[in-house]
Design a protein around this ligand. Sequence first.
Ligand SMILES: N[C@@H](CCC(=O)N[C@@H](CS)C(=O)NCC(=O)O)C(=O)O
Length: 210
Amino acid sequence: MITLYYHRGACSTSNHFALEEAGVDYRAIEVHLDRLDDPIATRVRELNPMAMTPVLVLEDGTVLTQNAATLAYIADLVPEKNLLPARNTVERAQAESWLSFVASDLHPTIIEYIYKALPATEEEKEKAKAFYDKRVAWRLKVLEDRLEQRDYVLGDQYSVIDGYALVVLNWSVPAEVSLDPYPNIRAYMERLEARPVIRRVRDAEGQISW
Ligand SMILES: N[C@@H](CCC(=O)N[C@@H](CS)C(=O)NCC(=O)O)C(=O)O
């Protein structure tokens, strides 16, 4: 049976919808990640180094995270229900573009709007800054750990994920986030920048000045 760890009303509820639509055997366990000593929260933090929901645990113990992956996985369990178009079709690529739109554009932008754009007192601004300092550091640490024994995110082989990660990591400059505490990330960026293809694209696009 699949286990879903979710937080009520959070993005993980979309996985709850998907499992229910799919009609597969599952159990859904609510978690409050802000409760530091709570055993379920501790378990989810162990399962997912991002300390976020959704977390799916498959029958064989495999852990899946990230909505774009978990929702696609659930949809593919029941192709006859058409929760996503079939893999290796143009329709699937178009659907994944919408899935990514929700996961990486709509979702984080609305969350950030809540924290950053609404009028805030000095105290609230400081709280938001502290919130983001922790959030950025946590994400960088996840990548730092991932790169401990790997040259690239997926292992020995460069993938499109690395080019994407490099562009986002370059934004640490305008974000004024120092990457000094992350030696694996620094070495990774240097490795990527040294790739002939990336050098060619850099030359073609011209130097960035932030
Ligand atoms: N990129 C992640 C984002 C997951 C996410 O933002 N989860 C939120 C709930 S909507 C969460 O667990 N937040 C807890 C926290 O930030 O401490 C995904 O798509 O799964």
